[in-house]
Design a protein around this ligand. Structure first.
Ligand SMILES: [Zn+2]
Length: 685
């Protein structure tokens, strides 16, 4: 808007100041007596496009007060010349939040100018001309029209087609400038422009630079409404757009004739309930239909009654919920247990594409149960999109890392330089650890950082990172060469941080160190068994000692394993099997206290598919080295370095961390011994 000449003058009329508008007082809009008009306006007023407009009365008042003095364009207008009523800032913001913000991206205004013959050639469908607003044959003929029009190669939108109007109002997209909507403009402005909740902005060609259009753009942007580049249309098309809105409001079911009104209404209630729940991060919605209907939300594990309605509402609601699902078994049957699922990205079944779940809801699992003395008990589990569900910190904790390790990760993410290396055998979860940290780092730096990853192949998407692929090669040598090539390219691409899938060759290692030495932060993995062994492995590869001795380069070394988690339902207390060899070794190592807290793997149950274990957690040892530790290790004094780390640097070994998990009943004794050796014998460094 900065280039618009009228910008600073929009509020030039002192009597219609922003304050006056935001007070919510309707009277303020009649004060706009000093404004000017240009010619076309008078024409449009006499031919009101919307007969049912309840705000017409107000518009007439404000129009009557506007004097036409024939001044030359551009003419300046105040808010009251443009808006139908003062829209309080809070209201326009609230309404904004209701709309999907990515919609604007999905529908970029493709054409800045539409070919005039395209618009005028066909008389668009209007309400007056049809009894049934849209029929299949209308659609077919509209499509045919579109087909015969081959003048454009890039498939321009046919503004005169019924399909255009249908699409425009799909997915709950609303015309917010129409009367009684969230951002109504007055009648004359309505003859020039229309703004939709997804940001699509239609302007009648000849009014593109009218003061009211420019003023409206300014106001909309000031109110932080989504507003795209104007799509230029004819007056007829704009009229159709508004008439379609009026028609939709009058008869929302017009598009899907088979649908009964009751169900459409209940589907809207369904979406409303889901939206309310999603705003509060509700995990489950419980609906009990008995003498009356109770809707309960479970938030943070606690159940609370949210709403109460009559029985009939509940029965229809449950029916509509079932009908809305994408996947459900057969037909709704009140006396049966039934399961269904609704995916977040598709419109509700039977809603004519107009109803969708809130955008942070990935999906809903619905369980329908019959209940004694009632009709139905429905539980809906809401599945949220990742970003709203768990913080990146929580996502790292989910892997099984303890508080201390999580803090160390945080420290390392905050340091802008140096190398962090995660080691472990294949399948030890190294990549996942890296990925979650990269996601966390991007969020912590507010995405104002350039993270480039080089992986072969990229294993997980990292939103906000530039993940560079490695060209496919069949033989190992060529693979390594391609990897090095991609890595070198990444370094030349102005990164702040680099994530390198795995260092396997000296050339890759050299590039990683070059990155770290030139002030970047580098995260990578390496095939090594312990954190200390990382150094020796790099030394073996041929990395020079001076790089490995520097604790500002060698920031962090982590060794991790995945341990199978005990099934909490069938695990067996170790104290029940004192004769078990592992339990005896546990007693030797940790005494009775250890035996009291530890568990053995159970026989299995339905909950763990009769395996005794369920899921895995990462257990790690994490070294933030200093130069003493690095030098001792590089000199080959591995045991000494280990002792120094444990005693002086307060290090905690992988075994210690595993034992801690064992004493919490998360993993079993044998699993600890499998990875770290017999409990009553020292581990080898
Ligand atoms: Zn079990």
């Amino acid at each position: 808007m900065d280039e618009q000449p009228n910008k600073t003058d929009i509020y030039s009329n002192p009597e219609s100041s922003v304050d006056g508008l935001e007070s919510g007082s309707v009277e303020t809009q009649t004060d706009s007596s000093v404004q000017n008009l240009d010619e076309p306006k008078a024409d449009i007023n006499t031919d009101s496009p919307i007969e049912t407009d309840p705000s017409k009365q107000e518009d007439t008042v404000s129009l009557a007060n506007v004097a036409a003095d024939g001044q030359e364009a551009p003419v300046q207008y105040s808010e009251s010349d443009i808006l139908a009523r003062p829209v309080p800032l809070s209201e326009s913001l609230t309404s904004l939040q209701d709309y999907p913000t990515e919609a604007q991206k999905q529908e970029p205004p493709t054409e800045s100018a539409v070919e005039p013959e395209n618009i005028t050639a066909e008389t668009p469908l209007t309400v007056e001309e049809k009894d049934v607003p849209v029929t299949e044959s209308d659609l077919a003929s509209a499509e045919e029209d579109a087909k015969t029009d081959d003048s454009e190669s890039s498939d321009p939108e046919d503004y005169s087609s019924v399909q255009f109007l249908k699409d425009l109002y799909a997915n709950g997209n609303e015309c917010i400038t129409m009367a009684n909507s969230s951002f109504p403009v007055n009648e004359e402005t309505r003859s020039m422009l229309a703004l939709f909740s997804n940001g699509r902005f239609f302007v009648v060609d000849q009014y593109r630079y009218d003061g009211r259009v420019l003023g409206f753009e300014y106001i909309a942007k000031k109110r932080r409404l989504q507003i795209g580049e104007p799509e230029l249309v004819t007056a007829t098309v704009l009229k159709d757009i508004y008439e379609y809105a009026v028609q939709m409001r009058a008869n929302p079911n017009a598009l899907s004739e088979e649908e009964n009104k009751e169900q459409a209404r209940m589907q809207r209630d369904f979406v409303t309930v889901i939206s309310r729940a999603a705003m509060n991060q509700v995990s489950d919605i419980h609906i009990v239909v008995a003498d009356h209907t109770t809707v309960m939300f479970r938030v943070n594990g606690l159940m609370q009654t949210e709403m109460e309605y009559n029985k009939e509402w509940g029965e229809s609601f449950v029916r509509a919920a079932f009908a809305s699902a994408d996947i459900s078994d057969s037909n709704y049957a009140q006396n049966e247990y039934q399961a269904a699922q609704k995916l977040g990205r598709t419109p509700l079944r039977g809603s004519g594409g107009r109803l969708v779940l809130p955008k942070n809801v990935l999906g809903i699992r619905l369980q329908f149960n019959p209940i004694a003395f009632g009709t139905r008990y429905v539980v809906m589990r809401l599945l949220y999109a990742d970003e709203s569900n768990a913080s990146p910190e929580a996502a790292i904790a989910d892997l099984g890392f303890n508080k201390r390790d999580i803090d160390l990760f945080y420290q390392l993410r905050a340091v802008p330089t140096g190398i962090v290396i995660v080691s472990g055998p294949t399948g030890s979860g190294k990549s996942t650890t890296l990925q979650r940290n990269m996601i966390a780092m991007l969020q912590e730096r507010n995405y104002e950082t350039n993270l480039i990853t080089v992986e072969d192949p990229p294993e997980y998407p990292i939103p906000g990172a530039r993940q560079m692929p490695v060209t496919n090669a069949s033989i190992e040598e060529a693979k390594d060469r391609e990897f090095t090539k991609a890595l070198a390219a990444a370094l030349r691409s102005d990164p702040d941080s680099l994530m390198i899938g795995e260092i396997r060759t000296l050339s890759a290692a050299d590039l990683a160190f070059r990155g770290a030495l030139s002030g970047h932060n580098v995260w990578t993995t390496l095939h090594a068994n312990t954190a200390g062994a990382i150094l020796l492995r790099l030394k073996d590869m041929g990395v020079e000692d001076f790089k490995l001795q520097d604790p500002t380069i060698m920031r962090g070394m982590l060794a991790q394993r995945l341990f199978r988690k005990l099934c909490p339902f069938c695990r067996i207390p170790a104290s029940q099997h004192p004769e078990h060899p592992s339990v005896q070794r546990l007693r030797n190592a940790l005494g009775d206290v250890g035996v009291e807290h530890a568990y053995l793997r159970g026989p299995g149950c339905a909950d763990c598919d009769f395996r005794g274990v369920k899921g895995r957690i990462a257990v790690a040892e994490f070294i933030l080295p200093d130069s003493t530790f690095l030098n001792l290790t590089l000199k080959g004094e591995v045991q000494k370095a280990q002792n120094y780390w444990i005693n002086d640097l307060n290090g905690r070994t992988l075994r210690e961390n595993a034992i801690s998990q064992m004493l919490q009943g998360v993993i079993d004794i044998e699993e600890v011994e499998r990875w770290t050796g017999f409990l009553d014998q020292p581990i080898l460094a």
